[in-house]
Design a protein around this ligand. Structure first.
Ligand code: SF4
Length: 57
């Protein structure tokens, strides 16, 4: 199921089009809020961070 782009959250830009919560036609998340975390013990760069609200389409 794809997201409803009427809910684009302009405060959360996102380019992960593979996520169910992504607004396909614009680079925004449709959620009211997201959780960002890390998979590293000692994160040092942006690649170390993850959107924990990601859901596969
Ligand atoms: S849940 Fe995370 S990865 Fe998915 S669209 Fe929103 S910000 Fe992007």
């Amino acid at each position: 199921m794809s997201c409803n782009c009427n809910n684009a959250n302009k405060s959360i830009e996102c380019t992960v089009t593979n996520c169910r919560n992504h607004c396909d036609s614009a680079n925004y998340c449709s959620l009211e809020r997201i959780l960002v975390g890390t998979h590293e013990a000692n994160p040092t760069m942006d690649q170390c961070t993850d959107c924990k609200s990601f859901q596969m389409k």
